[in-house]
Every structure is written in structure tokens, then in C-alpha cells.
Design a protein around this ligand. Sequence first.
Ligand code: PGA
Length: 251
Amino acid sequence: MTTLKIIEVKNYDEMSKKAAEYIINKVKSTPQLNLGLATGGTPKGVYQNLIEDYHQHHTSYTQIKSFNLDEYIGLNKDDPNSYFHYMNEHLFKHIDISLDNTHIPSGTNENTQAECDEYEQKIMNAGGIDLQILGIGANGHIGFNEPGTSFQSKTHVVDLAPSTRKANARFFNSLEEVPTQAITMGIQTIFQSREILLLASGKAKQQAMVQLLSGEVTESFPASILNNHQNTVVIADEEALLAVKEMSLNT
Ligand code: PGA
């Protein structure tokens, strides 16, 4: 079994509140925090809670540096499906973070290798990531690191798995519109974060939770590397943990 620290919450709203509280406490205790951010459906509620707290309690982000996990290749910054656009809409424009301190790989730099190398360097130059927020793919991906990605990988270009494109098609008009490639922080980049907060909600994440929490570490399930990380917290809701519980009842 896993040694990961698991916080079980009732539902998506509770997961979002708990994760936001966790982040807010860090931001308050370390105003110069390097914060790793994620996109997708999972963290939307977290960002909503950060914004509400900002309005109510004026938690300040002026000295925070942020680094996003990934970006689609081929989508420019104002494309509504780019992660640049997502971050502005769901968080950045609502709080006092300086846009100069926010970092997201560019999906339109034609020299993708240079973009990857520079992104990795920027993280290093900032002193590494203090707290990384992660979602998890049904196939175990973290960032866009699909199954089979080396645990030693740094920021790199990936071909998106058909299942990932299908899962993300809900945000686009059609499956064809979902880009086929992305730039993502590598697994090593993520693993070097001093602290990691992985969030999971809902039925679609049940099997991923079973595999993650089995404790087996394998490159065929990228998130499994977190079992070797010293400071990872999983916040998962009842539905996401249902299959894990059923299995432990039956053994
Ligand atoms: P989701 O994606 O938050 O949209 O479920 C998570 C992920 O793919 O990492």
C-alpha cells in the first residue's frame, strides 16, 4: 500500500475549499512562493475559492511566481482553449499576481525544443517549485506526461494519447479541434517540486486512484512516481475513492 498522505473529502466543492485553504496558508507563510499551477476541470473550483478569499481577506500574490504544467502546441494565447487563456480567465485577472511573474510554456514558439529548454531553465533560475498543484488523468498522466514517459524527463514535447484528446474534447467544438501535441513539464521537473498537492474528484478518477494508491511505481502509470515523493498530499473526494475502498473491503 501507499505511504502517500490522503485527505478524503465529501465532494468536488469540499476538495476545492480544502486545496484552496492549503494554498492560501502557504502563500501567507511564504509570500515569495514558487507555485506550480494546473489547468483542466479539476482546479477550477480551487481558483474560484482563491478569488473569493482574495476579495474577502486580501491575500496578496504580488511576490508569487507561478509556473504552469503545460500548454497545447499550436494554440495562441488568445485562443479560448489555450491554457494561457484559461489561467487568465480562471485566476490571474482576478487577483493581484503580476503577469510578469506568471509562466506558461508557449504553444506557438516554432522552436519547440528551445521553448522546452528555456522553460526548464526558468524554473531552475527561480529556485525550483515550492508547491505544485496536480490533477491526474484517468490513464495516470500528470501534466501531459502520458504512460510510458521516462521518470527522468524534463520539460518536453508530447504526442497526446487518444484517450487524453477524447477526455479534453469536451472543452472544444469537436475532437478534431483538440491539438495532437503539447509542451509539458517532465516527470522529473514535477517530482523535484518541494511539495505536491494532487487533486482528484469523481467517478472518472476511480481507477486512477486504485492504481496510484496501490503503491506500485511504474512508468506505465506516470503519477505512480509520487509514491516515492516525500511530501505529496492527495485530496480526493468520496466518489474518486470509492473503488479503492471497495477493494480494501474485499481483501
Ligand atoms: P481534468 O484533467 O482536471 O480535466 O480531469 C486532469 C488531468 O488530465 O490532469
